[in-house]
Design a protein. Structure first.
Length: 368
């Protein structure tokens, strides 16, 4: 699969906005072992505009043409969630490695179908749960392994998803609970994955969810949209380690804590903060206290932040952790290792989200 460079084809590119333009393209341009070789968009005009904007000659208005290109080794799927299964399945059928944005599918069944096809085809996959690649998260893992907090007794996470009472126009579709991209799957999903990656899985949990703001304004049209996706999710449960864990992610009009995650142990505490409950995007700050002392900021070691020096210019930007994921993927392919979350990991996260939905609907404590 490897030549001098990995060729990437990106499905879902808009030159003016979108996750491909914001994160994937800057990330790939910063890495010498990747080359963007093809783009696809929803129409010939949009494809041409994207190609001109990003200097890519091979542009297509249909994804089937992109995945058939022999010089495309990795297909990145960066479109809205309801289209993931169709596009990912086409790339897998063409035996291409796939980097799909999170959530993998609209629901657990979608995710399981794509993971099964990837296993059947024997191709490598990456799911965009890139908070795992954040240097601050790697630092927290190191501190825990060194016994900074002692035995983990409990952990608490609280955060804001949408701040204010207006939603940007491209995200209006996230207000429809049937589309699979909403507060539960995105803000909770990314935050939950970070917690579980560092501290282990839930053994069981209880949950409540609610729609506390049934109307929200679309930024461009100023239309009042009726929301069917929940805007409050709170859960509490027990991790397999025995630690008590709670998460509350919510929408709020103004103020409040953007993102705060505490890990409390027998010997100390770690606190990770950011501006919103999207640890994969927003820069994270780590603070710690031991033996009853005051919390003080802990500087992430340069050996972690400088793991891939070519990405340094992206630090603090949405592309940073995406770039670190791509860099790790190339290393995995070279070494035959598996350090990134794949579609099987995505299925596990979808399983926990389904358990949260079940617990909230029934009022019962459920096993995960």
């Amino acid at each position: 699969m490897r030549g001098s460079k990995l060729g990437v084809g990106i499905i879902g590119v808009n030159p003016a906005w979108g996750w491909a333009a914001t994160a994937h393209i800057p990330a790939l341009r910063a890495l010498r072992n990747y080359e963007i070789r093809a783009l696809s968009a929803t129409s010939p005009e949009a494809a041409r505009a994207a190609g001109e904007a990003f200097g890519v000659a091979a542009v297509f208005s249909h994804h089937e043409e992109l995945v058939a290109q022999p010089d495309v080794d990795v297909v990145a799927v960066t479109v809205k969630v309801p289209h993931h299964r169709e596009l990912v399945s086409a790339a897998l059928a063409a035996r291409k490695a796939v980097y799909c944005e999170w959530p993998l599918g609209r629901d657990l069944d979608d995710a399981r179908a794509m993971a099964a096809l990837a296993a059947e085809q024997g191709v490598r996959t990456v799911i965009g749960l890139q908070a795992r690649q954040a240097p601050a998260i790697e630092f927290v893992q190191e501190l825990l392994s060194e016994g900074y907090v002692g035995e983990v007794l409990s952990t608490t996470m609280v955060g804001v998803s949408v701040a204010g009472d207006v939603v940007v126009q491209p995200n209006v579709y996230m207000l429809d609970g049937n589309n699979g991209a909403n507060l539960l799957t995105v803000a909770v999903g990314h935050s939950l994955d970070t917690l579980n990656y560092v501290l282990g899985e839930f053994a069981d949990l209880s949950a409540v969810s609610a729609i506390r703001r049934p109307l929200i304004t679309a930024e461009t049209t100023r239309e009042q949209i009726v929301k069917t996706a929940v805007d409050q999710v709170a859960l509490i449960g027990t991790l397999t380690s025995g630690a008590t864990a709670s998460i509350h992610v919510r929408e709020a009009v103004a103020g409040g804590t953007g993102f705060l995650w505490e890990i409390n142990g027998t010997d100390g505490t770690l606190r990770i903060t950011a501006d919103a409950a999207l640890p994969e995007i927003f820069p994270l700050t780590v603070a710690g206290a031991r033996g009853g002392g005051e919390l003080t900021e802990l500087v992430v070691p340069a050996v972690l932040t400088q793991k891939w020096p070519s990405l340094t210019s992206l630090e603090g930007a949405p592309a940073y952790n995406v770039g670190r994921a791509y860099a790790a993927f190339a290393t995995d392919l070279d070494n035959g290792t598996q350090t990134l979350p794949d579609f099987a990991d995505a299925v596990r996260r979808h399983e926990v989200i389904a358990a949260i939905e079940r617990a909230a609907a029934t009022g019962e404590r459920v096993n995960t």
